[in-house]
Design a binder for this molecule. Structure first.
Ligand code: SAM
Length: 374
């Protein structure tokens, strides 16, 4: 296909440009990248701010009072986010996850949820609408989020021990407040609730057994996440990682044997397991020990409208420049730009890391988790 190349942004500040295909095609809901991976999930970061300073994500020494967060004018508005989400749905996206930073800090987030809930997938159904939160504002907001049309929440909780949890969130936030947020979400019908525990060796790995016991007979799904080498500010080292396999061994040794379950759908991030003698489900997100790039169907939209096709990317594609352009580009044109980005996608960072072929160049900075969301 002949393509014209239009630099849409100020190249003094950004290296990338967007390619606008010369011939426009209507989206058919079946986009594939260079490795035949479909586009099914869209993660939308609604803020780069967070009220926690988790030591492995937004360490205080980097995210201090002088840290420059995005100015309000550069954030996508709810209308802009909804417009972009609608275009993604026309390409086959079925699931939308709101994230951050802490997404519940974004003012009137319920309004955005309501706008997204009005959208339809190519099957004519509403998108599966979920949100990842640290739980701090969940007690207050669970009911209104449900009313606005949110289906489910994932809540991050790294320990049940107050001292460990406070050391990890680094803002003195208590476990009981997150647990009451989880209860409120359950009461509001935002389940099944997933509980994300990032396991860092020597920091909270002795909490694995307590967490598994606590949630064993609950309706919630506890998920152990391998600590990842995402971003550039957490000084990740491979010795900090406790692998899923090691966690399963520890649970076994503690009298909690598990058996594996089939995936709910292709491309699911967590491997699903269940207690042999308990009702609770357990998930393992093994992005370090067992990279799942080959099934990755996720696109990520940053707070200020950059599209990333990998959590470990260093550069995004500036969709905000496209939709704010004075040329008033049509949805069809934006859809074609997105199609062209996805169709040229080659990312498989975690697999290459395993093969020791990671292509990061010295000086290239991977995006932070707090910027793009989990
Ligand atoms: N503030 C929300 C929260 O706490 O869930 C959403 C954003 S947070 C960046 C999303 C998820 O990413 C959380 O579950 C967090 O624990 C996880 N996370 C952050 N840094 C990580 C890392 N280096 N490795 C694995 N998971 C990480």
């Amino acid at each position: 296909m002949t393509e014209k190349f239009i630099p849409l942004i100020d190249i003094r500040r950004h290296r990338e440009s967007l390619t606008i295909p010369a011939q426009m095609k209507l989206p058919n809901g079946d986009l594939k990248d260079t490795l035949a991976r479909p586009l099914h999930d869209l993660r939308i970061s609604v803020t780069d701010r967070c009220n926690f300073r988790c030591v492995y994500c937004m360490p205080k020494e980097v995210f201090d009072k002088d840290y420059e967060y995005l100015p309000h004018s550069s954030l996508l508005s709810f209308e802009e986010i909804t417009r972009i989400a609608k275009i993604f749905l026309s390409h086959g996206v079925k699931k939308i996850r709101l994230t951050g930073g802490e997404p519940l800090l974004r003012k009137n987030i319920e309004d955005l949820v309501a706008m997204l809930a009005e959208l339809r997938t190519t099957d004519g159904t509403p998108p599966d609408l979920t949100l990842t939160t640290n739980g701090s504002l969940l007690k207050k907001k669970a009911q209104s989020l449900k009313q606005a049309g949110l289906n489910r929440v994932t809540v991050s909780l790294d320990s049940l021990d107050d001292a460990i949890f406070k050391r990890m969130n680094d803002v003195d936030f208590a476990v009981s407040d997150v647990l009451s947020g989880i209860d409120a979400a359950h009461q509001a019908g935002l389940g099944p609730i997933k509980i994300n525990m990032v396991v860092k060796a020597g920091v909270n790995d002795n909490e694995i057994i307590y967490m598994a016991r606590y949630f064993k007979n609950s309706p919630h799904i506890l998920r152990f996440i391998e600590y990842m080498d995402v971003g550039a500010s957490n000084h990740w080292q491979s010795s900090d990682v406790i692998t899923s396999h090691q966690i399963i061994q520890r649970l076994n040794a503690a009298g909690m044997p598990l058996h594996s379950l089939a995936a709910n759908y292709e491309g699911e991030t967590a491997q699903r397991w269940k207690h042999n003698n308990g009702q609770g489900e357990i998930g393992f997100i093994s992005s370090v020990s067992n990279a799942f790039c080959k099934n990755c169907s996720r696109a990520r939209l940053s707070t200020e409208g950059k599209l990333y096709t990998c959590l470990f990317a260093t550069e995004g594609h500036d969709l905000r420049a496209l939709i704010r352009s004075k040329d008033n580009h049509s949805d069809l044109l934006v859809a074609n730009v997105i199609a062209s980005i996805w169709q040229s996608r080659t990312d498989r960072y975690s697999e290459l890391r395993d093969l020791k072929e990671s292509k990061s160049q010295p000086g290239e900075k991977k995006i932070e988790m707090s910027y793009i969301g989990g």
